[in-house]
Design a protein around this ligand. Structure first.
Ligand code: DCB
Length: 526
């Protein structure tokens, strides 16, 4: 330990000197006000972080085992041990294995797990072995701090309890460690930085400049790691601990046309801007799921998994539109939602939106409500805790009709859709009335354009709408994340889905909406 401390001290001095000549280490996708910017910038300035060749850091991407070990090897000045393998991190991994940071079965030297997201239990073990090997924690005191302690394998007790005891880990808002989840690159930096502070490698700053404690094990602010399973209390969406929570994010456009904007990179970009929600709009008609169920299913799952890896809540949207009566394809919907709610039964990130916008010759009592009861039954049988979003007539504007005859049971919310260029004060009043009368409402789709997705943009009207949503604590997803040449599209035509987006890639609508993701307070006492 003493040797390590001296080594670490030498690093500090060395990089302190380098600092005076180095240019700003800020990455172009880590804005100054990012919750972890201070730790990321300082670690970059000390040479602990390199980022990507294109100058990005991708803070919301899950950190891989090889990346995590490499960062720590720089922090602890671990010399690589050369060998034959071709993986870029093989020499560093061998050195870490020899130094006893992990055992061969945890990350086999063959490298098959090097590029996978590292689970938290293993990340914490490697972190503690690398930076704070002498720290210990008392079993009884520390295990009581961890609500999901029973999920942790005994092999990792020592490291995890030490990390809690030393204040390296603080747990999320719900008191869980979530040992089997991954962590984002930003969260990895936050927790490594905290360990560097405890090891006196970096100075312990004033509280206000430290990474927010609640973010230490949770990637994006207000994401799944922090909030866990959602629940509805009265009209309000709440987190697992029962605190009010508000979700903000983007809806995709139709997967059959703009599926490229549901790639891992596109979703990561959206998360990096502060979203904690992503809606996967799966059209049923118009060349969507009903035409091509197998391929569409794969796209939906890939998009959902990318959202989950980025700590976002995700909505599975059964996007009826030209097929305005949900009853027309009730059997297909039941099969789809059975499939998804089985697959994601243990995943707190998933919400089910069972009928986007009923329209035409339909009624709540005759068509929508019986459909919703049937599909909700299918979902609840498999994933009893999931929040279910229910549409209503006139393209999901008739919440006042649904309010007169809501479904029996918990964790239902009623969707309300608006387009700022078409819908104004009278519909705002309808929303105000419904929520103040206790109806749980979720704005799963809204646009800055007219109701056809074009015209405008209507930013003043949009601001009036968002002000009301903030006031009411209503969650929203904006239509839509694509580069189509229509005003509601968030990206300029020709935007590369897989590049790191800058402000220049955002349309007028996108710039307005992305700036609002993290603007209002997301979590307050209910
Ligand atoms: C909703 C739909 C959504 C639609 C947007 C904008 O429809 F849920 O699918 O998106 O609002 O209209 C548009 C795309 C276009 C695409 C078109 C057809 O932006 O690129 O060509 O879907 O797939 C609404 C919402 C409200 C109203 C009408 C519609 N309204 N509608 O109040 O009259 O007719 O589609």
């Amino acid at each position: 330990m003493k040797a390590l401390k001296i080594r670490l001290f030498a690093i500090t001095v060395l990089f302190g000197l380098l600092l005076t000549v180095s240019v700003s280490a800020t990455f172009r996708d880590v804005p100054e006000n990012h919750w972890c910017a201070q730790a990321i910038d300082d670690m970059a300035a000390r040479g602990f972080l390199a980022g990507y060749a294109d100058g990005a850091f991708r803070p919301a991407n899950p950190v891989t085992a090889a990346q995590f070990v490499t960062i720590l090897s720089r922090c602890a000045e671990l010399e690589p041990v050369p060998g034959e393998e071709t993986h870029w991190a093989a020499d560093t991994m061998r050195a870490a294995l020899r130094a006893g940071w992990y055992d061969w079965d945890e990350l086999p030297p063959s490298g098959e797990r090097f590029d996978l997201p590292i689970p938290r239990f293993l990340a914490v073990k490697i972190l503690m072995k690398a930076l704070l090997p002498d720290m210990r924690g008392d079993y009884l005191t520390e295990s009581q701090k961890i609500k999901d302690f029973q999920l942790l394998d005994g092999r990792y007790y020592e490291s995890v309890l030490a990390a809690y005891s030393g204040g390296v880990l603080l747990g999320d808002a719900s008191g869980c460690f979530r040992p089997n989840d991954g962590l984002s690159r930003a969260a990895a930096c936050a927790v490594i930085y905290r360990a560097l502070q405890k090891a006196s490698v970096v100075p312990t700053p004033d509280d206000e400049t430290a990474p927010q404690p609640e973010s230490v094990v949770s990637p994006a602010r207000g994401g799944v790691a922090e909030n866990g399973w959602l629940q509805v209390k009265g009209a309000q969406l709440c987190n697992e601990a029962g605190k009010a929570v508000v979700l903000h994010g983007m809806s995709s456009h139709g997967l059959q046309w703009y599926g490229q904007f549901t790639s891992a990179e596109a979703i990561c970009n959206t998360a990096a801007w502060g979203a904690n929600l992503f809606r996967v709009a799966m059209y049923t008609a118009e060349g969507g799921y009903l035409n091509n169920p197998k391929e569409t299913r794969e796209k939906v799952i890939a998009a959902a998994d990318a959202a989950i890896a980025n700590n976002l809540y995700v909505i599975f949207d059964w996007h009826i539109l030209s097929d305005g009566n949900p009853m027309s394809h009730q059997d297909e919907a039941a099969a789809f939602f059975a499939d998804m709610s089985e697959r994601y039964r243990d995943c707190p990130a998933v919400l089910y939106e069972i009928c986007n916008e009923p329209n035409g010759n339909i009624t709540w009592e005759r068509d929508i409500k019986p459909y919703a009861e049937k599909i909700a039954g299918v979902i609840r049988e498999r994933s009893p805790r999931a929040v279910i979003l229910i549409g209503n007539s006139t393209w999901s504007q008739d919440i006042h009709i649904a309010a007169k005859s809501p479904l029996e049971g918990d964790n239902f919310m009623y969707t309300f859709h608006f387009y700022a260029g078409t819908h104004g004060e009278s519909l705002r009043q309808r929303l105000r009335d419904a929520v103040s009368n206790g109806l749980p409402v979720f704005v799963s789709e809204w646009g800055t354009s007219q109701a056809d997705g074009s015209g405008g943009v209507y930013l003043e009207e949009s601001a009036a709408w968002l002000e009301l949503l903030d006031e009411l604590g209503v969650s929203w997803a904006n239509w839509s994340l694509c580069d189509k040449n229509e005003t509601s599209a968030a990206l300029r035509p020709g935007t590369a889905p897989d590049a790191v987006w800058t402000e220049n890639d955002l349309s007028e609508s996108g710039a307005f909406v992305f700036a609002r993701f993290a603007e209002s307070e997301r979590s307050e006492s209910a």
